[in-house]
Every structure is written in C-alpha cells, then in structure tokens.
Design a protein around this ligand. Structure first.
Ligand code: PGA
Length: 252
C-alpha cells in the first residue's frame, strides 16, 4: 500500500516573516496527518525551513537542482548543497522550468541522476500542454518524458523517484483535470513504470498537480493511482494546505 504524499510547491513566493507564520501554522495544524507532508521552498529559505521543521513530521526540499556536480556554474545549486540543508526532496522538470527555461528531457534526466546520487528523492514532473491534449498526444508526451528518465536510471533506482503528473493547462489556471482524466494518465504512467520494473511500479508515488484545492482534493485522491498532490497556490495558505493533507489522510 502506497502512503499518500502532499508536497507544497511554493514557487517564487515567501519571505522570512511570511514563511515563519506559514510553517508554524502548518506544523501546529498537522496533528492527525496520516500521509507524507513536504514543502519545496525557494532555495534561500532552506536554512529557515531546516530550523523550523527539524524534528517535525514535515519534510522539505528545493524546486530545482543543477545538472552538474560542482564547479564554474554561476547561480546553480548542486544536489549535495541541498543535502547540506537536510533536504529530502527536489522537484525536477517542472513545466515552468521546461517552458520558461527551456529545460529538455535530457536535462531533466541529468538533474534526476544528480538528485539520486546525492540521496535526494527527485519529484519528476511530466505533463502535456492544452494543444497536445487536444491533439490526442497526452500519453505520447508523458510517456516520452518519463521514459527518458527510466532509460537513464538503474532498475534499483526506480522506486526512489516520485512522479508528478501536472497537466500544463491546469497549473495555476484554476482548471483541474477531472479525477477520471487524471486517473487515466496516472494508470498509464504506472504501466510505463511496470515495463521497466514491475515491483517498483506498485511502490512509486504518482502525485497529481494542477489547481488541487481543498474542494477537489478528496475526489482526486480517491482515485486508485493518485498517490498525493503537488500543490502550488493552495500551499501558500495553511488552512488550504492542511485541508488537502487531511483529505490525503483519509479525513473528510
Ligand atoms: P497550482 O500549481 O496548484 O497553483 O496549479 C501546481 C504546481 O505547479 O506544482
């Protein structure tokens, strides 16, 4: 049985005072969580998270990582640096990185490998644009994105990744995939994983991301292959984030 996992993706939001209040509210509201909980914050605030969340049930991580190990890569942050702040997770291949920073499947593969090598859990994001969905290309696109990663990692590493299905047209738009639409893609992602390693396919958590909110979380999370959420906007309000955590914990 896969444990559900709810991850907040704060994107480029926050500040010391805002973060302190949000982390405190999440921590104090989390008593009953029966699922994994993590926040992926802007890199400058990792030290703040480490201080605020050490010893709590909440894990933390970053939103991107360099494809390089170390060296003359101005502005980049390595996987081992993230480990220095006790990060457990790092998001790789988010659609905002793919579209605004030209990240290719190949770069996403390299970042995933760096994360794994450093002992981080990469949250590998895949998803189709509206145009690709309307052209009937959803499966082709997401399986291309996930296969690029699967072909490059060892069989034993497959169960160390988390996948996130994030239809690009649903991110930050208020539009959500229906539970059935999302389930269909999640099932097909799991079938793709099974072709590489059937044992791992049943263990890998596949999160849904794209306008998951308190009022739609429960029905999305009830789907058999939806193992949690990658939450953007709703992760910035403690009450909303906690309500999603509660839905993932089986609460009503
Ligand atoms: P959203 O973002 O919940 O604001 O749609 C999700 C994401 O991009 O991870």
């Amino acid at each position: 049985m896969r444990q559900k996992l709810v991850v907040g993706n704060w994107k480029m939001n926050g500040g010391f005072a805002f973060n302190a209040a949000l982390l405190n509210d999440i921590k104090s509201g989390l008593n009953q969580a029966n699922c994994g909980v993590a926040v992926c914050v802007p890199a400058p605030y990792l030290a703040q998270c480490q201080l605020a969340l050490s010893g709590s049930k909440i894990a933390w991580g970053a939103q991107d990582v360099s494809a390089h190990e170390s060296g003359a890569y101005t502005g980049e942050i390595s996987a081992t640096m993230l480990r220095d702040f006790s990060c457990d997770y790092v998001i790789v291949g988010h659609s905002e990185r793919r579209s605004y920073h030209g990240e290719t499947d190949n770069l996403v593969v390299q970042k995933t490998q760096r994360a794994l090598a450093a002992g981080l859990t990469p949250i590998v994001c895949v998803g189709e644009t509206l145009q690709e969905r309307e052209a009937g290309q959803t499966d082709v696109v997401v399986s291309r994105q996930v296969n690029a990663v699967l072909e490059a990692i060892d069989v034993a590493e497959v169960e160390r990744i988390v996948l996130a299905y994030e239809p690009v047209w649903a991110i930050g738009t208020g539009k959500t995939a229906t539970p059935q639409m999302a389930q269909e893609v999640h099932a097909s992602l799991r079938a793709t994983l099974a072709k590489k390693e059937s044992g791992a396919a049943v263990k890998v958590q596949i999160l849904y991301g794209g306008s998951m909110k308190p009022d739609n979380a429960q029905e999305l999370l009830a789907m058999p292959d939806i193992d949690g959420g990658l939450i953007g906007g709703a992760a910035l309000k403690a009450a909303d984030f906690l309500a999603i955590v509660q839905a993932a914990s089986g609460g009503r």
